[in-house]
Design a protein around this ligand. Structure first.
Ligand code: NAP
Length: 304
């Protein structure tokens, strides 16, 4: 069985940064991801607040970070970790492809998209219902689409859709957006329409999406409108299954609680990135990833 000092689970911005730091410290480290490296970072259309870049696409930054991490730390993609259990002085990690022993674990498992939970959402997934504008947006150029949500992701993705030629309207359940003022201003400049105080009641069609039923939450009035695409960006939920199994303490929303060294309540288990909740920002995920790798190294030094 392969043995490691550190296994990093998840290779989004936090995991890749942990990989960069852990490898340079000379520890025997492995990064594993159930998908391609990057996680939700791959979906960020354009970022304008990552220091050093006035503007960069998430996919481009992931490509650079992955290249840098791979210089010192191997990465296994498309391999899902099924369980992590304490095993004497190590952790036994079982995946769908193999088993590993590691002295420490850094959990960088991130988030997944929250669903609306309305009728038709699952039925039309991939046939009009989308959760990622960067991935699926180009298929809807010139078409009528709705973006659901009022946070930074929804607004950023609505701007992206408009810029690639979609006829996009934002639908928000309140009369005020949660997104940063800077993004709101851009929305206004681009003349993107907003339907306020409105939720989606149902997503309808025959083979693919044809209409969505909108309901004004103040008047209860319903309105069925034609749509070729609906992009859902109503926040995300933590991927905490492995943390739960390990007995890692979580907050009320299911995010991992860490101290300032990214240590969890379980010795030699660290967490970094969106899975720790708080401000979900690329630069913060990277910082936490670096801290986790450095703390793991320090703790390993104490063992030897
Ligand atoms: P978010 O900030 O949690 O916003 C989710 C939005 O969806 C909110 O406007 C919320 O409405 C709405 N919503 C939630 N449940 C809903 C439902 N069932 N039906 C209709 N609407 C619903 O999520 P996010 O925009 O994905 O952002 C996640 C995190 O990443 C945030 O911390 C954000 O700041 C960060 N982020 C940052 C950037 C950036 O800095 N450029 C870019 C993207 C994301 P209410 O407002 O009424 O609650």
């Amino acid at each position: 069985m392969e043995k490691y000092d550190i296994i990093i689970i998840g290779s989004g911005p936090a995991g890749l940064t942990s990989g960069i730091y852990a490898g340079r410290q000379g520890t025997k480290t492995l990064m594993i991801d159930k998908g391609p490296a990057g996680g939700l970072g791959l979906e960020v259309p354009m970022m304008e607040n990552y220091p050093g870049y006035e503007i960069i696409a998430g996919m481009s930054l992931i490509k650079e970070m992955k290249k840098q991490a791979l210089k010192t730390t191997p990465l296994k993609e498309m391999e899902e970790i099924l369980s992590v259990q304490p095993n004497e002085d190590n952790f036994l990690i079982k995946s769908n492809k193999g088993e590993y022993l590691s002295k420490s674990i850094i959990l960088c498992t991130g988030n997944q998209h929250r669903k609306l939970g309305v009728k038709g959402e699952d039925k039309f997934l991939g046939r009009g219902v989308c959760y990622c504008a960067t991935c699926d947006g180009p298929l809807f150029a010139g078409k009528k689409v709705f973006m659901i949500g009022g946070g930074n992701t929804a607004v950023q993705e609505a701007i992206f859709l408009k810029n690639i030629g979609c006829d996009v309207t934002l639908v928000h359940r309140r009369d005020e957006l949660r997104a940063d003022k800077y993004l709101q201003k851009k929305l206004e400049t681009l003349n993107i329409g907003i339907i306020w105080d409105t939720v989606v009641e149902e997503i309808k069609g025959e083979i693919s999406l044809e209409t969505i039923v909108l309901k004004n939450v103040k008047t209860s009035q319903e309105n069925e409108v034609e749509a070729q695409g609906i992009f859902i960006s109503v926040g995300d939920i933590p991927i905490n299954k492995l943390a739960k199994e390990l007995g890692v303490n979580l907050d009320q929303s299911g995010y991992i609680i860490t101290d300032k060294f990214q240590k969890t309540n379980i010795p030699r288990v660290y967490a970094a990135g969106d899975i720790t909740g708080g401000y979900k920002q690329w630069v913060i995920a990277c910082s936490e990833g670096a801290v986790a790798a450095m703390a793991a190294y320090d703790d390993l030094e104490k063992i030897y």
